[in-house]
Design a protein around this ligand. Structure first.
Ligand SMILES: CC(C)(COP(=O)(O)OP(=O)(O)OC[C@H]1O[C@@H](n2cnc3c(N)ncnc32)[C@H](O)[C@@H]1OP(=O)(O)O)[C@@H](O)C(=O)NCCC(=O)NCCS
Length: 452
């Protein structure tokens, strides 16, 4: 999306809705350091974090320098310069099936102060973000959600899940062949320059992953604040292939396992640009001595690990949760961005109470898995427009679904037929669900391995 984030004007509807409550809605000036510092503090307070110390504050300011940062202010407070609500957004690629990426609009830092909750502030900001995303030309908006009940009302749907993988080290035995490269410890500082390129390749091959930003890698590796307790606990191991090319790395720490005298090895960042690197790093992790448990968070719900060891019951995959939420805004751009597992024709009749994605869309899927999408009938969000569309049956195979259901099947996380079993998708002609299941299936399970 080639545009300057700062050119997007303040959303007037949200500004008016908030002004009616005596509140001011502002886009922050990237040069106004004290306003940005107050915003960072409000954002941290919203997520129940303490105040940032200097290196962390510097990192957070560098991250939001590349974002469009909005705040809501209450001029009647004793501290009117501290926002009572925050949000930030930025354009980002989202990896989709087929090794490509779609133009997406990331929304983060959505907080409302407990003193101002349940007055419609979050709703005003979330609706404004959708309008801004559409104005910027994004095919969809995306976020990670602290609670599963917050964002469905705006048309978002869970589109990629995460799990915690827990390995019983004493019981596990690696049985797969050794990889040809080698794993070695490196310092976070040595890892940092190569980390971005490996992360980029890992992101590109996994639907559901989003573009990484420098401040995220600094935080993962602790390089912005090397002397903090957290950073000093970090260990980094890198896998180099047989040609000594770095292909993956893992950032982990060891800590006492609560209630035992043993240690647990924990990680939430393993980036592998190849399957070989992923296998080698897993082996390195699970073959640690003096460790009872290996715990990987933010992992995919589908790991190769059980197929690499003698006793698959040594591996628990739990805490499965929705993680990435998508809100389709432009069905033509979104559907044409990904690749499909087969060919055929399908008509999607999409309901969207907020209008963005409403309409009937005819899709031709080529033998190579490309989609050509044509808007067959205009949108229209009111009941009569929907009824009129439905009174004209589409030709051929087709589905009737809401925009949230489209978001849920978009990356292949759930099949259309499962949503039909839940009564949330209807096939207009027998056979449509079977075709849609086949087309939308993703060869690689969608997965997002970070919070944003
Ligand atoms: C979640 C949060 C942003 C909501 O802000 P808010 O200004 O109180 O929300 P609003 O008054 O605009 O409510 C909007 C809608 O969400 C609903 N809602 C708000 N908080 C909710 C919650 N915790 N659970 C379920 N629904 C909630 C409201 O009932 C309302 O529904 P409706 O408009 O469909 O009737 C705010 O409570 C907060 O900052 N929480 C802590 C940080 C956080 O979790 N942020 C989300 C990051 S992903």
């Amino acid at each position: 999306m080639p545009f300057d984030l700062r050119d997007i004007p303040l959303d007037q509807k949200a500004e008016a809705a908030l002004a009616a409550r005596g509140l001011e809605y502002r886009v922050l000036d990237p040069a106004d350091r004290s306003a940005l510092e107050a915003w960072v503090d409000a954002d941290r307070r919203g997520f129940h974090e303490g105040r940032a110390h200097a290196p962390e504050l510097a990192r957070e300011l560098s991250v939001i320098a590349d974002r469009r940062v909005v705040g809501v202010y209450d001029p009647t407070l004793d501290a009117p310069d501290v926002p009572v609500a925050t949000a930030a957004c930025w354009p980002s690629g989202l990896s989709v099936p087929g090794g490509r990426s779609v133009d997406a609009w990331a929304v983060a830092s959505v907080t409302v102060a407990p003193t101002h909750r349940r007055r419609g502030i979050a709703r005003a900001m979330m609706e404004a973000e959708l309008r801004s995303a559409q104005a910027a030309g994004a095919a969809l908006a995306m976020l990670t959600a602290s609670e599963a009940t917050l964002y469905g009302r705006y048309g978002y749907a869970p589109a990629a899940r995460i799990a915690t993988v827990e390995v019983d080290r004493r019981r596990v035995e690696w049985t797969a062949p050794a990889e040809p490269g080698r794993v070695q410890f490196v310092s976070p500082q040595v890892m940092r320059p190569a980390a971005a390129a490996i992360a980029r390749r890992a992101v590109a091959r996994t639907p559901g992953e989003i573009d990484r930003w420098p401040g995220l890698l600094d935080r993962m590796l602790g390089t912005h604040d090397p002397d903090s307790e957290r950073s000093r606990a970090i260990r980094v191991a890198r896998y180099d292939d047989r040609h000594d090319q770095p292909q993956g790395f893992v950032v982990f720490r060891l800590r006492p396992e609560p209630g035992t005298h043993e240690m647990a090895l924990e990680f939430d960042f393993l980036a592998a640009a190849t399957d070989e690197a992923e296998r080698a790093l897993w082996r390195f992790l699970i073959e640690h001595d003096l460790v009872a448990k290996i715990r990987g968070r933010l992992r995919s719900i589908e790991e190769p690990l059980p197929w690499l060891v003698a006793d698959r019951r040594a591996i628990g995959i739990g805490e499965v949760s929705d993680h990435l939420w998508l809100r389709i805004l432009d069905p033509v751009a979104a559907l044409e961005a990904r690749r499909y597992s087969g060919s055929g024709s399908l008509v999607l009749d999409i309901d969207d109470p907020q209008g963005y994605a409403a309409g009937r869309f005819a899709i031709e899927f080529s033998a190579k898995g490309h989609a050509e999408v044509r808007r067959a009938e205009p949108g229209g969000t009111d009941a009569s427009a929907r009824a009129a569309r439905r009174s004209r049956p589409s030709q051929g195979l087709g589905l009737r679904l809401g925009v949230a259901e489209l978001g849920a099947i978009y990356l292949g996380d759930v099949t259309p037929s499962l949503l039909a079993r839940a009564g949330r998708i209807v096939e207009t002609t027998p056979g449509s669900l079977a075709l849609a299941d086949r087309l939308f299936a993703s060869p690689r399970t969608p997965h997002l391995s970070i919070w944003f």
